[in-house]
Design a protein around this ligand. Structure first.
Ligand SMILES: C[S@@+](CC[C@H](N)C(=O)[O-])C[C@H]1O[C@@H](n2cnc3c(N)ncnc32)[C@H](O)[C@@H]1O
Length: 198
C-alpha cells in the first residue's frame, strides 16, 4: 500500500492545488529540491512542526526510504514527490505555493561539456520564481566552487531575484547527508540566499 507521506498526484498534467499537498493552505510550505535521503527534510520537519515540507526526488529508492523514516518519526508535516524537479516546479506545483525553496548540494556536473545540465539555469530560475510566494526565499548550497560561482553570476543577471546574506549562525539549518560527507573530507561549503522580486 502507498505511504500517505508520498505525494501521488491523480493527474500529472494538471497543476495541483495547495490543499492537494497538505490540508491547511495557510501554513508555510518549504520545498527541498533533490532531497536525497531526506536527512535535511526530516530534521526541518521535526524542528518546525508549524510549517509543511515537501521533498522532490527522482530516485524511487530514496523516496521510499524517506517515507519509511517519516512514518517512524510520526511526522505529519512532511511529504515527498518522486518526480523530476524541473517538471514539478514548472508544471505541477501551485503557483506561489512556497515560502522557501532549498537546493542543497545538487549534482555538480563537473565536466565542462555537462555544465548545461546543472539545475541553476534561467528556465529553472523562472520555475523557482513561479513556485515561490511573494518575498519567498531561494537557498542554495554546494561544495563545488565552479558551480557556486556560475550560480551566483546567473542569479546576478536575473531580474527575478535579489541577493540576501546567508542565515545567521543561530538560525536552525541542519546539515544534509551530502554536506556531512563533504565536511568529513575537509571540503569548503558555499552558501547563498536570494529573495524573489516581483
Ligand atoms: C548530490 S545529491 C544531494 C542530496 C541532498 N540534497 C543532500 O544534500 O544530501 C543530489 C540529489 O538530487 C537528486 N536529483 C538530481 N537531479 C534531479 C532532478 N532533476 N529531479 C529530482 N531529483 C534530482 C538526485 O537523485 C540526488 O538524490
Amino acid at each position: 500500500m502507498a505511504s500517505p507521506v508520498e505525494l501521488l498526484p491523480n493527474d500529472y498534467f494538471r497543476r495541483l492545488d495547495r490543499s492537494d499537498i497538505f490540508p491547511d493552505p495557510s501554513r508555510p510550505l518549504e520545498l527541498d529540491v533533490g532531497c536525497g535521503d531526506g536527512t535535511f527534510l526530516l530534521e526541518m520537519a521535526r524542528h518546525f512542526p508549524e510549517r509543511d515540507f515537501l521533498g522532490i526526488e527522482r530516485l524511487a529508492g530514496r523516496v521510499s526510504k524517506i517515507t519509511r523514516k517519516a512514518e517512524r518519526m510520526g511526522l505529519t508535516n512532511v511529504r515527498v514527490l518522486n518526480l523530476e524537479s524541473s517538471y514539478a516546479l514548472a508544471w505541477l506545483l501551485p503557483l506561489g505555493c512556497a515560502s522557501r525553496i532549498h537546493l542543497l548540494f545538487p549534482d555538480p556536473w563537473p565536466k565542462k561539456r555537462h555544465a548545461r545540465k546543472r539545475f541553476v539555469q534561467p528556465d529553472n530560475l523562472a520555475a523557482i520564481h513561479h513556485a515561490l510566494a511573494p518575498n519567498g526565499l531561494f537557498l542554495f548550497k554546494t561544495d563545488h566552487a565552479p558551480y557556486f560561482e556560475e550560480a551566483v553570476a546567473t542569479l546576478a543577471l536575473s531580474p527575478l531575484f535579489s541577493p540576501l546574506p546567508w542565515l545567521k549562525p543561530e538560525e536552525f539549518y541542519p546539515l544534509t547527508d551530502f554536506e556531512q560527507q563533504w565536511l568529513a573530507q575537509g571540503c569548503a561549503i558555499n552558501a547563498a540566499r536570494w529573495q524573489r522580486t516581483d
